[in-house]
Design a protein around this ligand. Structure first.
Ligand code: HAX
Length: 463
């Protein structure tokens, strides 16, 4: 998802005033080189688009849309991915299965997941390897002492998502973007500093996140990163999970959680805050705070808890459709939502759910939790379709209905932590969006709000 912009950008000598922190033959340099080539072209293209079509109507807004969360209003730009309500997400034009099929295979030093996220054009195995090495190299991946100290001092009962956003804010002391702005950098160079920060932030996330994990759920002793492992595998290793299957699972997991166009809460929050030229750290922390809500990223924690409640109520009995149906109806009758089902844009089963289901069918078909997940898949859509006259726009499962079952199978049972993993993946998408936004010079976001009285005044008076 630095995608084409970033990936195209990588093959020219460094010309900015940034101090190089990595070797001259590193992939990052290649990224910058491609960026140097592509940014002016993309800027010209967007300029031409504005002069040709600037006054055309892209979308209209009804009163209902204004009152109910701006559903379907097209008023944002996101270049890294696009979401179709029936087909699901495409990363720079590639569907999830296409990305999976086209990427260098994990056998090429385990580079499946993060490359989907970072490159728009399919990288060569060498390019993938270079980026992976870059992200695992010191000092780029090293978490500064004050951030380690902060995590160690936080109460273990504090939710891991607030620990994560606090840590990202603490990392902000390292922002090159913020420093460059203070020193009066020319706006044409914003994206270069944004890219620096985005790469450093991404490189440090496995260290931050695994520290939070071991602080909250283990003995607090840290495991050193292994520079021979890729980004996803390093998170597993530092958190205490080693093995080919879990490495593969997490590569897939981070890839599918990375980007979901620009209107979802985490991406939009990050974009909005970034539009004020808040640096990448501040902007990503804002995105994380949005992701921590139960209607968004926290739904993965809630989904597994919901499944566990079903299992507790089942006791020694085997789950069946009737039991699940009654359980779901009880939940709905008590005014709660079924976590992991529904979506503001999608109108079919989320392809990110299907990919996880395929993984489960291959590696854990007999897992007891997977059996409940499968029964929910069979039962819940019909219940939701008929609930209160069919008010639920999308009765199908989203990605959060499945992920906890896979994580739990490999020993990651601490459901509080699941949204942090979502946030790790999301960093790759929203930081890509941030760099692109600075490269294209998008201005501060400032839609117009109105009061409900103003709407009444506007329309009541008319016949
Ligand atoms: N269970 C029960 N009711 C649901 C529902 C569900 N899973 N999904 C939607 N509804 C209800 C809504 O609460 C709403 O009811 P009210 O009119 O009483 O307010 C009604 O159906 C219409 O809502 P909608 O148009 O179908 O859905 P929205 O666009 O308003 O909301 C949500 C989309 C994802 C927030 C919603 O489907 C939901 O709450 N799902 C459960 C939580 C969840 O899984 N969230 C994760 C979504 C994916 C994501 O972002 N992951 O990070």
């Amino acid at each position: 998802m630095y995608h084409r912009i970033i990936s195209k950008v990588s093959r020219v000598p460094r010309t900015s005033g940034l101090k190089p922190q990595w070797s001259q033959r590193s992939f990052t340099k290649t990224l910058r080189e491609r960026m140097k080539e592509v940014v002016p072209k993309e800027q010209e293209r967007v300029k031409a688009l504005l002069s040709k079509h600037g006054d055309k109507v892209l979308s209209q807004v009804t009163v209902k849309q204004a009152v109910s969360g701006m559903r379907s209003v097209k008023a944002l730009i996101c270049e890294t991915s696009a979401l179709d309500e029936h087909e699901g997400i495409r990363f720079r034009g590639l569907s999830v299965p296409e990305v999976q099929a086209k990427l260098p295979k994990p056998s090429v030093r385990g580079l499946k997941g993060e490359y989907v996220l970072i490159e728009g054009e399919i990288p060569t195995a060498d390019e993938a390897k270079q980026l992976s090495e870059e992200l695992a190299s010191e000092p780029r991946c090293c978490v500064p002492k004050h951030v380690r100290q902060l995590i160690d001092d936080l109460p273990v009962h504090q939710h891991p998502m607030s620990q994560f956003s606090a840590s990202v804010l603490a990392l902000q002391s390292e922002s090159k973007f913020a420093r460059a702005y203070e020193e009066g950098v020319n706006k044409s160079q914003y994206w270069e500093y944004a890219l620096e920060d985005a790469l450093t932030l991404i490189a440090r996330i496995p260290g931050v996140s695994s520290r939070i994990y071991r602080h909250c759920f283990r003995d607090g002793m840290m495991i050193k990163h292994d520079p021979s492992l890729d980004w996803s595998a390093n998170w597993c290793h530092m958190s205490g999970y080693d093995g080919v299957e879990i490495y593969d699972l997490m590569r897939m997991y981070f890839a599918i959680h990375s980007d979901h166009e620009g209107g979802n809460v985490s991406a939009h929050a990050c974009h909005l805050v970034g539009s004020a030229l808040s640096d990448p750290y501040l902007s990503f922390a804002a995105g994380l705070c949005g992701l921590a809500g139960p209607l968004h990223g926290l739904a993965n924690q809630e989904s597994l808890r919901f499944i566990k409640k079903i299992q507790r109520k089942l006791g020694d009995r085997k789950p069946d459709k009737e039991f699940i149906q009654d359980f779901v109806v009880d939940l709905l009758s008590s005014g709660q939502v079924v976590p992991g089902f529904g979506h503001a844009v999608l109108r079919k089963t989320d392809p990110r759910y299907m990919i996880q289901r395929e993984f489960a069918l291959k590696y854990l078909p007999d897992d007891e939790t997977f059996k409940v997940v499968s029964l929910l898949y069979e039962v819940v859509p019909d219940v939701l379709k008929n609930w209160k006259g069919g008010k639920v726009a999308n009765p199908w499962p989203n990605l959060d209905a499945h992920s906890g079952c896979l994580l739990q199978h490999y020993g990651l049972v601490e459901d509080h932590f699941y949204t942090v993993l979502f946030g790790m993946g999301r960093a790759l998408g929203v930081m890509s969006q941030y760099v692109v936004s600075r490269a294209l010079g998008f201005p501060i976001e400032r839609p117009k709000s109105v009061t409900t009285q103003a709407i009444e005044k506007q329309f009541d008076a008319k016949p």
